[in-house]
Structures are given as structure tokens and as C-alpha cells.
Design a protein around this ligand. Sequence first.
Ligand SMILES: [Zn+2]
Length: 188
Amino acid sequence: MTENVNDVVRFLRETELNEAELIDDPELNLMLDSYRLTYPLPYKCSRERCSTTLGYWALHSTGARIAPGPERRHRKGQIAGIYPAEPLYRPGRPERQETAIVGGVADLLFPELEFQHRFEESIEWAENGDGVITLDTNPTVGSGWPLRWRFTCPRCNSQYVHTNKEMLRLFFQTLYARRDEIRPGTIR
Ligand SMILES: [Zn+2]
């Protein structure tokens, strides 16, 4: 698995595709398919002694893009960054098929969102949520999807703007390093 994660990291580092082209690139999307159900990773403030969780990042089920959300579904025994998600099984009870869709973006939670079904939950949350996750200026220039997200720490007011490509890179560098949280300041 590590080798394949490294392939994605290398692709993202070396590609000359622009942000809009990257999302639909067939080769990259094929490489990402194995990781789409990865349990969402916490994204944390990089400021020393702050480390506030600013949201959770999931690899989207379609396209080469990261979807951020304010919370993630709690799953007992689940460890961030581990793929595939284990099927739920309760000891002492008959094994049963889990009906809810789990894994990847399906594990993001938007508990206070009044979902209008105009866009995806991540996007509507960025527009109408608590202001920690927002879309940066001209977020979708050249694409139908947001390409630039802004994260504002509610504790220390630090702001972080990431392109989708940077978010993909941070996500996979974190998987490669076998870490369970994304903190850009600590990732090389
Ligand atoms: Zn902070």
C-alpha cells in the first residue's frame, strides 16, 4: 500500500496539470480509487500550541478532490487514515449487513447544516456554516468544483488557504507518513 500512496504523492508533485484539469484526470482518478473510503483525517491548525481541529478531510467518491467537513461519523475502533474501512460487527450479536453507507465522504457529518440540496454538503457548509471552513475568493474559476478553500482557526484566528491540489498532496503525504492527522507545518 505504501508504494501506491507514494505513487500518488509523486504524481501530484510532478504533474503539470492545472487545478481544473487535475480533478478530471483519468490516470490520477484511477490511482485514487483504492483510497476513496479512507476514514476522514482531522485537519489541524499549524500554529504551535494551538492544534485546534479545523475540520475533517475526505477524499471524494468522484473526481480528484478533497471534501472538508466540520465533523466525522464516530466509528468505534476506526483509525484515521486506515483503508479499507472495517465492516461494523458487534461481538455477541448476529452479524448483519450495515445499511448506512460508510467510508470516505459518507463519514463526514454536517450536524448544523440546513441542507438545501443546491450543492454538495461540503460546499453548502462552506457557504452557510460556522465560518471555519469557507471557499476562498473565486473558488471555482475554470472548474465546476471548488478549487480553493479557506480554513480559519476559531481559537487563534490563523488563516490557511489551500488549493485542491495542495489538499490532495497533504492528504496523501499524511497517509504515506502513517499519521492520523493533517498538520501542514509538520509534513514534509
Ligand atoms: Zn489555531
